[in-house]
Design a protein around this ligand. Structure first.
Ligand SMILES: Nc1ncnc2c1ncn2[C@@H]1O[C@H](COP(=O)(O)OP(=O)(O)OP(=O)(O)O)[C@@H](O)[C@H]1O
Ligand SMILES: [Mg+2]
Length: 270
């Protein structure tokens, strides 16, 4: 039986879909059977980041409604055979999801995959609630800014009250990814430090991902940045995927950069 992980944030646009695609691929690279599911009904982004938009024939709403078999709707990644993908419906909106149907789908996926990763829509409305409902764990993605932390805190509150696991008296595991860190801005005091964010949210840190232009380029090309060994964000996702697969990977302090003193020193010796 696999583990079901919801990727959530509260505030939109912080990097959930990017994280889902990269972690899914990272887990697959670690030889685990993984499926990433786009729960952002009506939007559909994950297929593009994975470069699979032309392969989508059936979506998860059609599967839930019995219009397509799960096997028909699941798409195999082009870059790794351990990675699979289930698309969101583009034509419907988030309100089409029903608990009973979500439960059945999640249960079926859990039987066939080691890791089931659900990409949540932005906000904390019904689409979000259905994504977290039957998850064993949640990855909360934040950017180092106040509005993102505040909305993540709200999302965690809902997670703790609406998740089925919590209702059953169990715990839902919570992991934090701090995304789009600029070492230069942290050092100049313009950006929140990880330490401060962790103090506020009080959940386990899964990893830190730097701001990296390569992410946008990779997404546009449909090749998740984790495939780019030179990219700092790609390296960060490799470390995080390793941790998710149970490896002991040291937390790299990406908030220290060769700016400030080091930059000055380098400048002096030019
Ligand atoms: N580490 C990063 N460095 C630079 N850009 C990034 C990084 N992570 C994500 N982005 C960019 O931020 C934008 C939003 O990312 P993404 O779509 O993954 O967010 P999201 O949380 O899924 O958004 P939504 O809430 O709308 O679903 C994208 O353009 C993406 O390429
Ligand atoms: Mg998204």
């Amino acid at each position: 039986m696999g583990i079901v992980i919801a990727v959530i944030s509260g505030k939109g646009g912080v990097g959930k879909t990017t994280a889902t695609a990269n972690l899914g691929l990272g887990i697959a690279i670690n030889e685990k059977n993984c499926i990433v599911v786009d729960f952002d009904i009506g939007q559909r982004n994950l297929d593009m980041i994975l470069g699979l938009e032309n392969r989508v024939v059936y979506d998860l709403v059609q599967v839930m409604d019995g219009e397509a078999k799960l096997k028909q709707a699941i798409i195999k990644s082009k870059v790794n055979e351990n990675l699979h993908f289930l698309a969101a419906s583009q034509s419907k909106d988030k309100t089409v999801l029903e608990s009973k149907k979500v439960k059945k789908l999640v249960a079926e996926l859990r039987e066939s995959y080691d890791y089931v990763i659900l990409d949540s829509p932005a906000g904390i409305e019904s689409g979000f609630e259905h994504t977290i409902e039957f998850a064993d764990a949640a990855i909360i993605v934040v950017n180092p800014e106040v509005s993102s932390i505040r909305d993540a805190d709200r999302a965690i509150g809902i997670l703790d009250s609406k998740s089925q696991k919590v209702k059953n008296g169990e715990e839902v595991a919570k992991y934090l990814i701090i995304n789009r860190i600029s070492a230069e801005m942290v050092q100049s005091g313009e950006m929140l430090k990880s330490e401060d964010i962790l103090n506020i949210l009080n959940i386990k840190l899964l990893g830190k991902v730097p701001e990296d232009r390569g992410v946008i380029d990779a997404s546009n090309q449909g090749k998740p940045v984790i495939l780019n060994k030179k990219s700092y964000a790609g390296q960060a996702y490799t470390r995080i995927a390793g941790r998710l697969c149970g490896q002991k990977v040291d937390m790299k302090d990406i908030e220290i950069s060769d700016t400030g003193l080091f930059k000055k020193l380098k400048g002096m010796f030019k």
